[in-house]
Design a protein around this ligand. Structure first.
Ligand code: GSH
Length: 213
């Protein structure tokens, strides 16, 4: 498999964590977002949406959209499971993931921030404030849900990492980048510490990637 990704991209980071947790390897193909390589024809031919990540399978098929790719990984490589067994529990884990994947990340994405800078003359203080607003709204809800789960142990759900942690940790990394003080969310911070001890998360970290600047 070939993984088109970028070291600092949160959605790429998600996919690297999921691949590592499933003990799968993929050739690392860097697409430099800062140099806008994702907007060039070569990458447009891989993903017409011009967003990373994309996963090219050994048969040449290309999968796009990190939620779809993570679901594909779960279906084709079920062990270790990244979703719990019961339908309600799966819905809870998917809801946590969706807080990040649907309601935080998309409005803090590079192209949104570029529009704020170029069309609305936002400076970096304003951009950071924008990101902090939506990260905080999502993390407040995530933290409240964690606090309401008496069965939770070290991770977002249960005893082992799930899809929720796969989404959460890259968003925590992004919060740090936008100078958001994580002290406001002690449960999220504890999960971040627990995940940072695991090899799958260490190897997926942005700073550990070959294209890290
Ligand atoms: N929903 C897509 C979003 C992918 C996405 O937004 N990727 C970002 C990097 S985290 C990207 O390629 N951004 C390029 C840009 O905004 O110009 C997914 O989850 O795969």
């Amino acid at each position: 498999m070939k993984l088109y990704n970028f070291w600092r991209s949160g959605t790429s980071h998600r996919l690297r964590i999921a691949l590592n947790l499933k003990d799968l390897s993929a050739e690392y193909l860097a697409v430099h977002l800062g140099k806008e390589e994702h907007l060039k024809d070569a990458f447009k031919a891989v993903n017409p949406q011009m967003l990373v990540p994309a996963l090219e399978l050994d048969n040449g098929e290309v999968l796009i959209q990190s939620p779809a790719i993570i679901e594909w990984l779960e279906e084709t490589h079920p062990a270790p499971a990244l979703l719990p067994a019961g339908a309600s529990e799966r819905a809870r884990v998917r809801a946590l993931a969706a807080i990040v994947g649907c309601d935080i990340h998309p409005i803090n994405n590079r192209r949104i921030l570029e529009a704020l800078r170029k069309q609305f003359n936002a400076d970096e203080v304003t951009v950071n404030a924008w990101c902090a607003t939506w990260i905080s709204a999502g993390f407040d809800a995530y933290e409240a849900l964690l606090g309401a789960d008496p069965a939770r142990v070290a991770f977002s759900f249960g005893h082992a990492p799930t899809v929720a942690d796969v989404y959460l940790i890259p968003q925590v990394e992004s919060a740090r980048r936008f100078k958001v003080d994580l002290a406001r969310w002690p449960l999220i911070s504890a999960i971040d510490r627990a995940c940072s001890e695991l090899d799958a998360f260490k190897r997926a970290a942005p700073a550990a990637q070959p294209d890290a600047a």
